[in-house]
Ligand binder design. Structure first.
Ligand code: ADP
Length: 398
C-alpha cells in the first residue's frame, strides 16, 4: 500500500516509544491524557480528545480532551448520530475535511467549549471485537488530515484500547476487593444475629433486641451499597451535572431545616451566617445539597451535647467559600491526610457515631467536579472546620 510506504521507520519508532510508555502507566486518567496528547502530536493536530462508549446508555461521553478542562468535560456526552457515534457504529475511521458541512456534526459540544473545528479525524479504539471509544484529533495545523495520519492514529488507538482495558480490569478488581472487605463486618454480625434468633433459650425481649439490630444492620448495608455505587459513578466521571445559578442562602437554609430535628435530639445548635446579596453560584443544586448534608451531618454526629455548628459563607468576587464549623470531638493530625479517602474512619471516634466512611470521599468528588476544593482544619477536643471553595465563574472554555 502506498500509505504504508510513506510511513517511515522513525514514525513507527516514535509510535512504539509512546506505546511502551502507555503500558507502564496504570492510572486511567493520566493514561488517557497521554494518549490524547500523543495522538495530537503524531498527526500534527491542534487538539485531541477521547470519548468512551457506554454500552448500557448507548452514548459516548468525553473522558479527556487537550483543549478542555475537567469541569467542562465532566459528563459531557454526545449522541450516537454524531461523527464519533458513526465511528463506533461502523467500527471504522472517518476523516472530515469540512466539519461544518457534515450532517453528522454535533455542534452542541463545540458551542459549550467555544472551540471551532475545521477538520477532524476520528478512529475507533478497538479491543478484540468491541469498540470501547473514539480517539479524535481536531484541526490539522497545515492542510487536511491524510491517510498516513489515519493509519498512525489507528495503530495508536488500538494499543491505547488494550492499555485502557487492562487498567479498567485492575481498577474493577481493586474496587471489588475493597467493597467485599467492607461487607465482611456487617455480614458477620447479621449471621451472628440470625444464629442467636434460632436458639430456643432466648427470651422474647432478647429476640426483640436482636431483630432491631438486624434491621439496623441491613439498613446500614443498604446505605453502604448506595453510597458505594454513587462514589464509583462519580469517580468514573460519567455523572452528568445539571449546573444552574444557585442561591446558596436558600440551599443552605433548606439543608439545615432538614437536619434541625437531628441536631435538636443531640442538643446541638445550628446557625447560618451568610451576607445579604450573596452572589449566585454555578452548581448542580442536588449535588451541592448532598455536599452540605454530609458536612453538616458529620458536624452534628461528631459533636457533643450542648455543642454548636455554624455554617458561614463568604465571597471574594472570584470564588465563594462555605465553612462548616463545629465544637465537636476534633480530628487528630495524623488522620487529616486520610480523611477524604474511601472507607476511612477515625479510629478514636468511629464507635461514637454510625457511618460508612464514604461521605467525605463523595463530598470531595462533587466539590472537585465543580472546579472547587475542600479543606479541613481541626483541633482534637475542640472542633473542626471544613471549608468548601467554589468558583463563581462557569468554566466554559479556555
Ligand atoms: P462517616 O460515614 O464515617 O461519617 P465520612 O467520610 O463522612 O464517613 O467521614 C470520615 C471520618 O472523618 C468519620 O468517620 C470521622 O471519623 C471523621 N469526621 C468527619 N467529619 C468530622 C467532624 N466534623 N468532626 C470529627 N470527625 C469527623
Amino acid at each position: 500500500m502506498t500509505v504504508k510506504k510513506e510511513i517511515t521507520l522513525e514514525d513507527y519508532e516514535r509510535l512504539f516509544a509512546i506505546v511502551a510508555d502507555l503500558v507502564s502507566n496504570l492510572d486511567l486518567n493520566s493514561l488517557l491524557t497521554r494518549i490524547a496528547q500523543a495522538g495530537r502530536d503524531v498527526t500534527e493536530a491542534e487538539a485531541a480528545s477521547i470519548l468512551l462508549y457506554d454500552e448500557h446508555a448507548r452514548e459516548l461521553y468525553f473522558q479527556t480532551a487537550t483543549n478542555m478542562d475537567e469541569p467542562t468535560l465532566r459528563g459531557l456526552s454526545v449522541p450516537l448520530d454524531s461523527i464519533a457515534g458513526w465511528v463506533v457504529q461502523h467500527q471504522q475511521p472517518t476523516r472530515v475535511n469540512a466539519v461544518d458541512q457534515d450532517p453528522r456534526y454535533y455542534d452542541d459540544v463545540a458551542r459549550k467549549v467555544a472551540y471551532y473545528t475545521r477538520n477532524l479525524l476520528a478512529v475507533p479504539m478497538r479491543t478484540k471485537n468491541r469498540v470501547i471509544g473514539v480517539l479524535e484529533v481536531l484541526n490539522k495545523k497545515q492542510g487536511d488530515f491524510t491517510e498516513k495520519d489515519e493509519h498512525l492514529l489507528l495503530v495508536l488507538a488500538g494499543q491505547a484500547a488494550i492499555a485502557i482495558e487492562n487498567t479498567r480490569l485492575f481498577q474493577q478488581f481493586d474496587l471489588i476487593s475493597e467493597f467485599v472487605h467492607e461487607l465482611r463486618t456487617p455480614l458477620s454480625s447479621l449471621s451472628t444475629a440470625t444464629y442467636l434468633l434460632m436458639r430456643p433459650e432466648i427470651s422474647p425481649e432478647q429476640r426483640n433486641e436482636i431483630v432491631k439490630n438486624l434491621h439496623k444492620e441491613t439498613l446500614r448495608l443498604n446505605e453502604l451499597a448506595s453510597a458505594f455505587l454513587d462514589l464509583s459513578r462519580l469517580e468514573s466521571g460519567r455523572v452528568q451535572f445539571d449546573v444552574q445559578m444557585i442561591n446558596l442562602r436558600s440551599l443552605l437554609a433548606e439543608v439545615m431545616a432538614l437536619l434541625n430535628e437531628r441536631a435538636r435530639q443531640v442538643q446541638v445548635s445550628l446557625t447560618l451566617e451568610i451576607p445579604d446579596n450573596f452572589p449566585l453560584v454555578p452548581a448542580d443544586a442536588n449535588r451541592l445539597k448532598q455536599v452540605f448534608i454530609n458536612l453538616i451531618s458529620n458536624a452534628i454526629k461528631y459533636n457533643r451535647p450542648g455543642g454548636s455548628v455554624i455554617v458561614r459563607a463568604a465571597s471574594d468576587g472570584a470564588q465563594v467559600h462555605v465553612d462548616v464549623e463545629d465544637t465537636g470531638l476534633g480530628i487528630p493530625a495524623e488522620a487529616l491526610p486520610h480523611l477524604f479517602e474511601k472507607f476511612y474512619r477515625v479510629q478514636a471516634t468511629q464507635h461514637k457515631a454510625e457511618g460508612t466512611g464514604l461521605g467525605l470521599a463523595i463530598t470531595r468528588q462533587i466539590v472537585e467536579a465543580h472546579g472547587g476544593r475542600i479543606e479541613v482544619e481541626s483541633e482534637p477536643g475542640k472542633g473542626s472546620v471544613f471549608r468548601v471553595w467554589l468558583p463563581l465563574q462557569k468554566n466554559e472554555s479556555r
